[in-house]
Ligand binder design. Sequence first.
Ligand code: ADP
Length: 469
Amino acid sequence: MALSQVLGVRTPGDFWRVALTRRTYRNLLYLLTAFPLGLTYFVLLITGLSVAFSLIVIWVGIPLLVLTGLMWRKLGEFERELAIMWLGVQIPPMTHPAGEKASLWQRLQQIARDPMTWKSLLFVFLKFPVGLFSFIIVLLALAIPLSLAATPLLYLVALVAGNSVDPLTVLILTAAAIIGVPCFFLGLHILNGIAWLQGQLARLLLGMSESERQVAEARAAARVAQAQAARADQSRRELIVNVSHELRTPIASIRGHIESLQMAQHQTDGSPANQQEYLEIVSRETERLSELVDDLLALARAEAGELRLTLEPTDADGVVEEVWATLAPLAKRERQVTLVREIAPDLPPVWADRARLVQVLLNLARNAITYTPAGGIVSIRLAQPNAAHLALSVADTGIGIPEEELPRVFERFYRTDASRARTTGGFGLGLAIVRDLVQAMGGTVGVASRVGQGSTFTVTLNVVQQGAR
Ligand code: ADP
């Protein structure tokens, strides 16, 4: 970079204009504050380090040392901001945004391994001598030309005092004043040059270089991948344990009843009525098993990102009508529960995969019917709480869900204590599937409940905005 560019002097006019630019005064401010700041850092760090090292034998020194190190780095970050603000330099970031949350110990390790830590420490340490140097230069560069320019005052003082001044002295004083003015402007240019150099130092030591940025990026990506792999591994292990646990009961039941059937064939006491009952149990259990396998498949697809939905403008009221027509007679006949629907008029269409929305509503309504005692009411409501959303809710007058269990009902295989105590009911996968499907449709699902009074599950879907069709 040419010197003229560094000093900002491209035309002769720029030489004089330096006193009028804001940049000059910001640079001056930076150079003047560098010394007191550098001195403060120096005292802080030396005190921190010496106290930490003197206490290192009684362990207190170690956290003190860590604290001093962290303070050191924070000072580096502050200096970076200062250089950007006052010197106007572009400095790349000091850290790469870590994608994953790390523990305190991991973060400390990362900080210690980061070359930026050591570079910024060097900068903070150098701030004291560099600041002292800048301070002296500022004083010299401004004081000498200003005093030169002010020399005619001496002449005036002498005149006022009644002394005569010889012409040679007058000549020298006038020449000094004439030289002093451009020297003052030159001094400002020199100070701008020194500020530029300090800006370059800040850029070098307080921002990541391209290669460091790439390494930090690769490290952050590796950390994210590692954490994802660990989570996937954990969830696979949990899944195997849960699936094995869920499979045991129906398989044991099927085996037991088949054995009973086999024994009945050998002995004569197996009446056809008994055999029919055993066969019904076997058939029911195999049905549950195949439901479990279907649910597992749906979850596995969602987890593998293979849940392919066709989102299109869908009339949610049609979905409510369909589910109501399917379940209302069954609910009345088998569980003496009344299923009602309330649909607000003139609702706009929503973005949804119709078949999947039916599946979501069926799941919620079936749960509501299952967990509501005879004589209860389950209502499916469709309303528009605001211009952008429709709310599809299923409210029941059933057993309810304890508050502490509410956040967990959408987890895979989670069943509340009340439902685990029952012989019937699913495997705790239905709501996990509902959540996956609703989220895949860009919506949300939530629940509110009171034990003994009932539960309300609400699905919020995005309205198709006019013109988007
Ligand atoms: P399941 O197939 O066991 O019903 P879900 O994932 O659909 O599994 O539901 C998880 C658990 O949430 C259920 O086991 C039950 O304890 C509770 N639950 C779901 N819906 C209701 C409801 N309407 N009323 C009370 N409890 C409910």
